[in-house]
Design a binder for this molecule. Structure first.
Ligand SMILES: [Zn+2]
Length: 257
């Protein structure tokens, strides 16, 4: 492959990344939980940014009704019956053969989350249900790994970056699992493709800030967006005193800087 300086020239030129930041990106290991609408763009942007190791996890197959927003796949993938992670790995490798992509065809749950986040620097959320998010949330808290939550439904979306021991977690945001079960889903109310890609793009930005060590510029709370109604707001949250995250030590990721 050509040298990485020229390949990533437009990133290394940025004051906020530079050559040292790009070097950190290239040595990073990131887990993307899910390869649907959010996971598609997250994986594409992280791979093209040069993240050295990306683990992608999903258990579904691309379907024709996915293609309007799941931009990692095409009609051939649907016709060939490839799994999302297999098709995704092939597409990502064509645009970034210099990095390593590990495809895991599995549903994320308590049985495998510890193995999935092993040796990972940052976890990026791209699942479509909050039950799985709780599993990931609890695991990253215990392991001190930053987690970039994101969600999109209808024309609205959220992003929140969680740093164990420093910021609120998903259980601070949604303390009551019963309340969460009533959240609307894209499969029933739809999702505008542009809100999914917007949320994913912001999640990738947060991930790159984490990887280059620019914690001061992370979103200071829960970002809420309605791209149709022109609503953009950051809601400041506090760690719940009774929440499991209040008892967690500061993230190894931050203290190792
Ligand atoms: Zn919490």
């Amino acid at each position: 492959m050509g040298n990485s300086v020229s390949r990533y020239d437009r990133h290394t030129l940025l004051n906020v990344i530079g050559e040292s930041g790009q070097s950190r990106i290239e040595s990073a290991r990131v887990l993307v939980t899910g390869q649907g609408a959010l996971g598609s763009l997250i994986s594409i942007l992280l791979a093209r940014a040069g993240v050295g190791f990306i683990r992608i996890v999903d258990r579904d197959f691309p379907e024709i009704h996915n293609l309007h927003r799941q931009i990692l796949y095409d009609e051939c993938d649907v016709a060939n019956g490839l799994s999302k992670v297999e098709a995704g790995q092939r597409h990502l490798a064509r645009s970034a053969s210099n990095i390593r992509i590990e495809a895991i065809d599995a549903e994320i749950g308590p049985h495998n989350i510890d193995a999935l986040i092993d040796s990972i620097d940052v976890v990026v959320d791209a699942v479509d249900n909050t039950t799985t998010r709780y599993v990931v949330n609890d695991s990253i808290l215990s392991r001190g790994i930053p987690y970039v939550f994101g969600g999109a439904v209808e024309t609205a979306g959220n992003v929140m970056t969680i740093i164990p021991g420093m910021t609120p977690c998903l259980r601070c945001l949604w303390p009551d699992p019963c309340e969460v079960s009533g959240h609307q889903k894209a499969s029933t109310v739809g999702v505008l493709s542009s809100i999914a890609t917007l949320v994913a793009s912001i999640q990738v930005t947060e991930t790159i800030k984490l990887l280059v060590g620019d914690f001061a510029n992370l979103i200071p709370g829960l970002l809420t967006i309605d791209v149709w109604r022109n609503h953009y707001q950051v809601v400041h949250l506090s760690r719940g005193p009774e929440c499991i995250c209040a008892r967690i030590r500061k993230s190894n990721f931050v203290t190792s800087e």
